[in-house]
Design a protein around this ligand. Structure first.
Ligand SMILES: Cc1cc2nc3c(=O)[nH]c(=O)nc-3n(C[C@H](O)[C@H](O)[C@H](O)COP(=O)(O)O)c2cc1C
Length: 303
């Protein structure tokens, strides 16, 4: 039985990888993900300049998940570009996907180009962080910007460009524009803008006030967005949002995802969750009589 998938030119030995933001800047941590079975590793989003991120607290537990507002803390494109070599050495032939964030078209182009030079195997454009002022979803909610940034970055780099989109009313339109611009795949979805208030201090809990809701609570939204987007585009989709076990992973694949990313479940339970998901997927395929994971992609779309 095969659980190998191809996303554009990337060969993934399993359809499970981490979501951007939950892997520290540590090649050792990346190797642990790969040893656990990850088919690719995704780095945290990188901007042109280093960012310290938002004030603490940056994460709060809520029913069904977490609200996070890290604020794209990263050491900046030049440093990340030099670090990619050690990630590549640590993970062998497993693809390293670099995530790029920015506040302008020029920043997306410059950072993507630097991370390609550093050795990244693909670029995931973060067009969807719901609390990044001047960037993220503020830019990514405009389908025309999505097309322009994808077109420009795709014309500069040789490696596959993946557009990571978030929840907006125009997400399917944005997906079509990203593909028109040359995106080879889509990652759907990012966290959903959210807030928690402490009823005794009577103030928002997070240092940044707003954050992004991640985890189980957003899974049905991810299923719906992936289903609708796959229906309209038949694109290669990397599904994210509340994947916490093999059942939630299979659901995203049946909706149309080719591979899945695991975010908050790794924070919560460590990389072993990846191994458990992969074993569960294999068992499911065997019990259901499938020989290849590719046979079930988008299967829920049939009438
Ligand atoms: C602590 C944390 C940090 C994150 N940082 C990023 C990031 O830097 N870039 C990005 O595109 N998404 C980031 N995300 C969003 C995840 O990649 C993912 O899209 C989202 O959490 C949904 O997946 P989940 O429900 O499995 O957590 C972050 C999520 C968490 C929990």
């Amino acid at each position: 039985m095969s659980i190998e998938v191809k996303v554009s030119s990337l060969r993934l030995k399993s359809p499970v990888m981490n979501a951007s933001g939950v892997l520290e800047w540590s090649p050792i941590a990346a190797k642990k993900l790969v040893d656990a079975g990850a088919g690719a590793v995704v780095l945290k989003s990188t901007t042109r300049e280093a960012r310290v991120g938002y004030p603490q607290p940056r994460i709060v537990s809520v029913p069904g998940g977490f609200i996070v507002a890290v604020g794209i803390a990263n050491p900046g494109a030049d440093t990340v570009s030099t670090m990619i070599k050690s990630f590549k050495e640590a993970v062998g032939d497993t693809p390293v996907i670099a995530s790029v964030a920015g506040s302008s078209l020029e920043e997306f182009i410059e950072v993507s180009s630097k991370l390609e030079d550093g050795g990244a195997d693909a670029i995931e454009l973060n067009l969807s962080c719901p609390h990044f002022k001047g960037g993220g979803l503020e830019l990514g909610q405009d389908p025309v910007f999505v097309r322009e940034v994808t077109r420009n970055v795709s014309s500069i780099v040789k490696i596959p460009v993946i557009a990571k989109l978030g929840l907006t009313d125009k997400v399917v339109e944005s997906a079509l524009k990203a593909l028109e611009g040359g995106a080879k795949a889509l990652t759907l979805i990012n966290t959903i803008r959210a807030m928690k208030i402490d009823i005794y201090t009577k103030k928002p809990v997070l240092g940044h006030k707003f954050g992004g809701l991640a985890g189980e609570a957003i899974h049905p939204v991810a299923v719906r967005v992936i289903y609708e987007t796959y229906k309209e585009t038949r694109a290669e989709i990397i599904g994210a949002g509340g994947v916490k076990d093999w059942e939630t992973a299979i659901e995203l694949i049946l909706a149309g995802a080719k591979t899945v990313q695991v975010g908050s479940a790794i924070l919560y339970r460590g990389e072993q969750v990846i191994t458990e998901i992969i074993r569960g997927i294999e068992k499911y395929l065997w019990i259901e009589g499938f020989k290849n994971i590719n046979e079930i992609i988008g299967l829920a779309q049939r009438d």
